[in-house]
Design a protein around this ligand. Sequence first.
Ligand code: SF4
Length: 397
Amino acid sequence: MPTVAVHNKKIIRTGMKPGNAMQDILSRQYYSHIIARIKKGGNVYSKNGITFYLTDSFGFCYGVDRAVDLAYATREKYPNTRLFLTTEIIHNPRVNKNLLEMGYQFLTGPYKGHVTVDELTAEDVVVIPAFGTDLQTLKRVLDKGCQIVDTTCGSVLNIWRRVESYIKDHFTVVIHGKHYHEETQATSSRVLKNPHGKYIVVLNMKEADHVAHYICQGGDKETFLKKFEKATSPGFDPDHDLEKIGLANQTTMLGSESLSIADHLKKAMLKRYGNKTLSEHFLNFDTICSATDDRQNAVMALEGKKLNLMIVVGGYNSSNTNQLCYISSQFASTYHIENFEDILSSEAIRHKPHGQWETVVTNDWLPKGPVNIGVTAGASTPDKVVGDVVEKILSFR
Ligand code: SF4
């Protein structure tokens, strides 16, 4: 369904494409000749003693591609209108800065401008990012009468449909995700659409194990609620709300961990309720986004290439890039950088180690002599950003 009539306006979801002039701008900003050449050569490229191994799948996914196209097409369609984004369109600094330069204003997030949702008018156009927005924000923008362009990815919409079906059947939604991430907040807000909707967000297997333990053996309710204080729906009662659970996930989590968590919770329900009535207590459907899965598998496929190091390019707040960093750090020295400017010299590199919030500078990162470098990028990273990184490294030889 391409459009939905609301408040005499329509939420535009499809049907807008950037025209030729905008396509040229997109191409100048995001296309990389060197990356195109490496892809053509089978994702391997050697020069002056450096061999780059690009993962088979990296960079812009279909959802991000579409969101960026829609944002650019919106500028073209509304050249003289105030344009807003509810927050970052995707978690990539280059893309968000380009949108700022095109006149977009951000209502929240790191690029937040001075206009608030309360100050919007019916003349304004508001773009919703690829990971969606929470229902409260959507309602406030709709109440202002703004034209909305919704770039929410189809894979995220699928999860919302699944979550709504769980709630309809009185199942509590267990979301494998980060409770502070925009996509998870948007998903959990869909749970609360229904007055009896309940959810709990688990970050990792350790937290899932805590839930599994409570399902099997109960425990101290206050301690449990304190632990998941920011990650449960209002009035959550683990004694009652963990009797029927349905699993969902934030699309950019580690796919293998989402599957293990589902399996672990299924075993807990089996232990508690037995096989006969399991389907009355546990539901799970694979909602892992294929683009995330492909990028994670592609990094794993580089294990065995005798890499000296791995470069992971993407926003520091990009969940899927952080997962790629985690995977590659299991088998290679890994540097997660946002762009070529983080490569300070052939001796020093600024990067964010997995699991840390702050960047650090590491010296002697690039070995002398022949070197094999694995390269990948998160789903919100344009080829141009990756190409600039490759060219900067090549400039040292
Ligand atoms: S990572 Fe997956 S869910 Fe997110 S925008 Fe890309 S395709 Fe869509």
